[in-house]
Structures are given as structure tokens and as C-alpha cells.
Design a protein around this ligand. Structure first.
Ligand SMILES: Nc1ncnc2c1ncn2[C@@H]1O[C@H](COP(=O)(O)OP(=O)(O)OP(=O)(O)O)[C@@H](O)[C@H]1O
Length: 275
């Protein structure tokens, strides 16, 4: 583990940070880039001068206290909000609205209760006009990817909270996004389910190569899941830190929660947040 903290000033991601497992990804052209982004709600500035980039297949955890601007950043990447200053870029193009290259997983899965798991998962394909056989094929593939094989014909009311979130994840993955935006997707779940799903996200990233922006309040979640952590201290004054997570591969390993690097990084961030 290495913390590349830059106290209370804007940081350039990757700069002066020791190699991380995704160092190669950082050298590749970024999938996602913020350049001196600022945002105001009705004239009230809530962030300024935010710059970062995320490489292909990288997981960037956005960590910070309530109200610091995590969801606003996510919404700008999703294209639901436009920066009031600077520019947000995905795949080299300025983000001007939502697009199929970005998928959002919300805190509550918001499934269609009258549809089966397979129909929920393949919903975007149905909207795109895909035939029944193709929809079933993708639904089965995605169900397997999120560990739901055998539940394709179940209805949402027959599933646990964790399973519903898996369906939500599979539904987003079925649309084949390049970037997955996850807004505290596991915060309503019990600790064990949450930890299992964190491991699942790492596995999904390894299998799909998806780039992930993961919003969380939890230091543990950020340190276990992220390749880097973007700690939002005070975005109104443009203050944030970036930490490299250097945990051993394979990353989806529960033992990493006991790794000295994990414990040190957790302590560093905890102290920083308290300070
Ligand atoms: N639609 C809105 N209109 C006006 N102000 C807003 C709106 N949405 C968010 N804000 C304000 O912007 C700031 C950042 O909000 P945001 O939801 O991005 O924070 P957050 O870090 O995601 O918080 P939380 O962890 O509680 O979800 C807060 O001060 C919030 O009150």
C-alpha cells in the first residue's frame, strides 16, 4: 500500500505515486477525465478545480463525508448534470448527456417487480429491439457473471436484498457499458453481503475490463475495492487527496482485508478524515 496524499490541494492522479497494480492502465489513454471542473447549484458553488483521470479497467473510489459532492461528480460523468466550469470527458469526447457507454448502479436496484430476473437483466436489449433468444442468452451470461445462475426465472420479490443488487448490476452490465458508475450500491446491505459483493465487483472488473467509479462513505470499502481513492476533503475550496491502493493480486481476495497495506491505508485515511 502506498498513500500518495497531497494535503488540501488539487492532485493530479498518478503523479509521483508508486506503481500500483493498474499502473499500466494509467499509462493508457484515460477513459474518463475531469479537467478543472467546477459545479454550482443555482449559483451556489459546491466544487471547483477538480481534475482527475481514470484509466481503462481501473476502479476509482470516491470517498468523502455526506454532502461533499460525490454524487454530483457521478452525475456529471453520467451526463445528468453539466459542469459549470471546466470539462468532463469520456473516451476523448466531452460529456454532453447520458450515453450507452456509461451505466449507473444506484443504491436501490429499482427492479421491475412484474418481470423475471432474466427480463430485468435484458431490459436494455429489449429496448434496443433484440430478439427473445438473444435476450435470454445475454441474461444467462450476465446472471452467471454476477453469481445468479439458476435464478433467471425468479421474480424480484423472491430475492434477498443482495440478490436484487446483483440483478441491478447485471442489468447495467448487459448494456455493455465502458464505464460503470456505482453510487453507494451496497450501503443498505448487511456487512457480510456487502463484502461478498465488493469481491464480486473486483471479479467483474477483471472479467469485463470495465472502468468503475465507485462512490462510498466507507473507508474499508474504498480501500478494498479501489485501485485509487479520491478523498474529497473540501471541494468548495478545491481540496482533495489521491491515494494509491497497492494490494496483492488476485484482488478479489477476502484476505486482503487483513493485509498490512490495507490496514495502514485505512489508518492513514481515517486520520486524514478526522483531521
Ligand atoms: N439538486 C440540488 N440542488 C441544490 N443543491 C444540491 C442539489 N443536490 C445536491 N446539492 C448540494 O450539493 C452538495 C453536494 O451534494 P452531493 O449529493 O453531491 O454530495 P454527496 O457527497 O454525494 O452526499 P451524500 O454522501 O450524502 O450522498 C451538498 O451541499 C448538497 O446539499
Amino acid at each position: 500500500m502506498t498513500a500518495a496524499a497531497r494535503p488540501s490541494k488539487p492532485a493530479v492522479v498518478g503523479e509521483a505515486a508508486p506503481p500500483s497494480p493498474k499502473a499500466g492502465a494509467e499509462r493508457a489513454p484515460p477513459v474518463l477525465k475531469f479537467e478543472q471542473v467546477g459545479f454550482s447549484y443555482d449559483g451556489r458553488a459546491i466544487m471547483r478545480d477538480v481534475s482527475f483521470s481514470v484509466g481503462p479497467g481501473e476502479i476509482l473510489a470516491l470517498l468523502g463525508p455526506s454532502g461533499c459532492g460525490k454524487t454530483t461528480i457521478l452525475n456529471m460523468v453520467a451526463g445528468f448534470l453539466r459542469p459549470t466550469e471546466g470539462v468532463a470527458v469520456v473516451d476523448g469526447r466531452e460529456i454532453v448527456g447520458p450515453g450507452p457507454d456509461r451505466g449507473v448502479v444506484f443504491q436501490a436496484a429499482a427492479l421491475f417487480d412484474w418481470m423475471t430476473v432474466a427480463e430485468n437483466i435484458a431490459f436494455s436489449l429489449r429496448c434496443a429491439g433484440a430478439g427473445k433468444a438473444r435476450r435470454r442468452e445475454v441474461a444467462e451470461e450476465m446472471a452467471a457473471l454476477v453469481g445468479l445462475s439458476g435464478f433467471e426465472d425468479a421474480f424480484p420479490y423472491q430475492l434477498s436484498g443482495g440478490m436484487r443488487q446483483r440483478v441491478g448490476l447485471a442489468r447495467v452490465l448487459a448494456a455493455g457499458p465502458k464505464v460503470m458508475l456505482m453510487d453507494e450500491p451496497f450501503s443498505a446491505l448487511d456487512v457480510q453481503t456487502r463484502e461478498t459483493l465488493q469481491e464480486e465487483v473486483l471479479r467483474i472488473r477483471d472479467r469485463t475490463g470495465c472502468t468503475i467509479l465507485f462512490v462510498t462513505h466507507s473507508i474499508d470499502e474504498a480501500a478494498f475495492l479501489g485501485d485509487r481513492i479520491f478523498l474529497l476533503n473540501d471541494l468548495q475550496s478545491g481540496a482533495y487527496d489521491v491515494y494509491d491502493v497497492a494490494l496483492p493480486a488476485p484482488r478479489p481476495n477476502p484476505e486482503n482485508r487483513l493485509h498490512p497495506s490495507f490496514l495502514r491505508l485505512r489508518e492513514t485515511i481515517y486520520r486524514r478524515m478526522r483531521h
